[in-house]
Design a protein around this ligand. Structure first.
Ligand SMILES: Nc1ncnc2c1ncn2[C@@H]1O[C@H](COP(=O)(O)OP(=O)(O)OP(=O)(O)O)[C@@H](O)[C@H]1O
Ligand SMILES: [Mg+2]
Length: 245
């Protein structure tokens, strides 16, 4: 059974007289431990879809299941608890709490959703050192650079060792070197706890590390590169070799 399953998800926004279909009948199955990357132009619906996948936003239609549990059918409290126990989310815009220090921000998930018998201290030390945050722990988000804020958001998403990690442009504000280090950290976590990773990224160098790459185009999601490395164009049926891309 796939660990993650979205079925015919539709999300529309109404503004004045216009209706924007941000997500248009999108279905996606992700296997346990798989790394799926989603690429696509700005405004194509990537963040909206990822938020729905993680239960942060409600779809107008369709279902989203994690470990067979339908997020759309859960009440608010049940959903918060479920998300805290099984998922982590790295936001495109960090979403750090401005009044909390870097360290307090990182520790929020451990307070909100305590996993029984899980001792996070060792993991915390490792995250702080790998993300180069040791000398910034007592800074407020406003006293951190964009890249440092992003790294705090990454540590916060990983502190509870979530089974499914959703990441929206996790390396968007980082230079090549830091982006590669963050990718290495995500791949290591993925390997060590068998984590499933759904990542939106503009960075093809990062997307290339995924098992499968999907492309969002005007609210539609299409397979772009399959597990065996085959690139596809226009439709799921039409496979093309990499040399033709
Ligand atoms: N709250 C909202 N109200 C109205 N329209 C919205 C809202 N959120 C998103 N949209 C619209 O939905 C579409 C998809 O937005 P989304 O943020 O998902 O794009 P994206 O692919 O993540 O883009 P980017 O790469 O720039 O982050 C856009 O046209 C956007 O303007
Ligand atoms: Mg986005």
């Amino acid at each position: 059974m796939p660990i993650f399953e979205a079925d015919t998800v539709i999300k529309q926004y109404r503004q004045y007289d216009a209706t924007i279909t941000a997500v248009n009948r999108v279905s996606l199955k992700v296997e346990d431990g798989e790394f799926v990357a989603i690429i696509g132009a700005s405004g194509s619906g990537k963040s909206t879809f990822l938020h729905i996948c993680a239960g942060l936003e409600k779809a107008d239609y369709g279902s989203v299941k994690i470990r067979g549990n339908d997020l759309m059918k859960m009440g608010k409290d049940e959903l918060s608890r479920f998300r805290g126990l099984y998922t982590g989310f790295i936001f495109q815009k960090h979403n750090l709490i401005p009044q909390f220090t870097a360290l307090e921000n990182i520790l929020i998930p451990t307070v909100m959703c305590r996993k029984e018998s899980y001792r996070y201290e060792e993991h915390l030390k490792k995250l702080i050192s790998m993300l180069g945050l040791s000398d910034r722990l007592n800074h407020l988000p406003s006293e951190l650079s964009g890249g440092q804020q992003q790294r705090v958001a990454i540590a916060r998403a990983l502190i509870n060792r979530p089974q499914v990690l959703f990441a929206d442009e996790p390396t968007g504000n980082l230079d090549r070197e830091n982006a590669d280090e963050v990718l290495a950290l995500l791949l290591e976590t993925k390997k060590s706890i068998g984590q499933t990773l759904l990542m939106v990224t503009h960075d093809l160098t990062i997307a290339e590390h995924a098992d499968r790459i999907f492309k969002m185009d005007n609210g539609k999601l299409r397979l772009f590169r399959d597990r065996d490395g085959t690139y596809r164009r226009n439709s799921d049926e039409e496979a093309v070799s990499k040399s033709k891309m």
